[in-house]
Design a protein around this ligand. Sequence first.
Ligand code: NAP
Length: 398
Amino acid sequence: MGKPLKQHLIDPEICIRCYTCENTCTLEAIEHDDENVVVDSSKCNFCMDCIPVCPTGSIDEWRIVAEPYSLGAQFGWDELPEQEEIAAEVDEAETGLEAIDEAMTALLAEAHKGAGGKARAPASASRPTVNMYTPGRPAEATVQGNYRLTDKAGDHDVRHIILNLGKLPFPVLEGQSVGVIPPGTRADGNSHLPRLYSVSSPRDGERPNFNNLSLTVKREKRGVCSNYVCDLKPGEKVKLTGPFGSTFLLPEDPQARLLMVCTGTGSAPFRAFTMRRQRSTGANQGGMTMFFGARSPENLPYFGPLGKLPPELLRTHMVFSRIPGAPKEYVQDRIMVERDAVAELLADPATHIYICGLRGMEEGVEMAFTNISEGIGTQWLALRDTMREEGRYHVETY
Ligand code: NAP
C-alpha cells in the first residue's frame, strides 16, 4: 500500500448540480454524468479555484485514502463515504499532510470570507429529500399558472409560476430549489443544463394538499431558461430535476426566531417560510423579521400579500432603491436604522439568520451586523461562526 493521499470530493447530497465548479476548473478535473459531479484525483492539483464559486459548500469535502476513489465509484454515490479508518493511522508528520492541511485551511479561510462558509441545516429542520430526479430521469410537471408580479409597464419582468406534479411524488421543503431543463440544445448539440430556482411555496403545495409548487423567476435579457419559463403557458409540460439543498431550511421549532434579508427574487424561499408558518403555527411562533430590498414597490415581488400579514407573524421592512426623488435605500441601511431590534435578535440563541439574493449585498449586510454586534459587545465573526455551527446562519447569494 502506498502513502495515504488526500482526495478532493464533492458531497452528492448537498451539490445542486449547477456545474459552476466544472466550468471554473481549468484542469478539467471536474466532470459530471446524469447523477453526480465528481473530481478526477489524477488531475486535481488542489489549486482551490473551485471552492469559493460553489454556492452550497458541497465542493469542500476531503478524505484521506489509501487508494483514491475512482470516477466510476463517485458517479455511483448517493452520499459521501465516511472517512476510512486509515485516517487515524496516518502519521501526519511522516506523510506531509499537516503542511497540506495548513495550506488548505488558509486557502479555505480566504475562500469562505463573506461567502457564508460551510452551512449546516437547522437542528430542528425536517430531513430533506434530494436528487430524486436527474437530467437523465427528470420529473414532468404541467404549468398551472404564470402570473406577472412586477409592474406591467416596465421591463423588470418577475413571474410567479405554478407547476403541477400530478401524481408524481416530488417532496420538497421550504428553502429547497429545483432545476428546470430548458428544451432544445446548446451550440455544441448537447442538451441544456438545468437552471436552479428556489421553490417559493411551502411543502404542502402552493394550494394546501395539492401536489403543486411555485417558482419566482425574473426574465433575464439573454437568459435561455428564464425566457423559457417566463413565457410558459398553462398546460405546457416542464422538465424538473431535484429537489436540491439540505441546509438552507426552515427550523421546525416554532419558537425559532427568523431574521430574513433578501433582494428581488431572493424573496422566493422566504415566501415559502412565511406560508409554512402561516399554515402550521399561525401567530403562535417565535416571530419573523424580514428586510426586503427592491427597486420600487411595483418591482417588489409579492408586495401586496406581504403587506397584509400581521406583525405577530412577520415584521416586514421593505426598502427601495429607485424611487424618483427619494434617496437610494438598501437592506443594510435599514438594518442599521433598526439596529436595536436587530441587536436583540442577534443576542438571542433562538435566532436564525437567512440572507438570499444578490451576492453584492452580502458585504453590506455583514458590515451592518458587525457594527450592531460591536454595539452589544459581541464580535460578529465569532457570533457568525457559532451560528453557522449551530445551523442558524444561512446564505444563498448569486
Ligand atoms: P434586483 O431587482 O436587481 O435588485 C433588488 C434590489 O437589490 C434593488 O433595489 C437593488 O438596487 C438592490 N441592490 C443592488 N446591489 C445591492 C447591494 N450591493 N446591496 C444591497 N442591495 C443591493 O434583484 P434581482 O434581479 O431580483 O436579483 C435577485 C438575486 O437573487 C439574483 O442574483 C438571483 O439569482 C438571486 N436568487 C434568486 C432566486 C430565485 O428563486 N429566483 C433564489 C435565490 C436567489 P439597485 O437599484 O442599485 O439595483
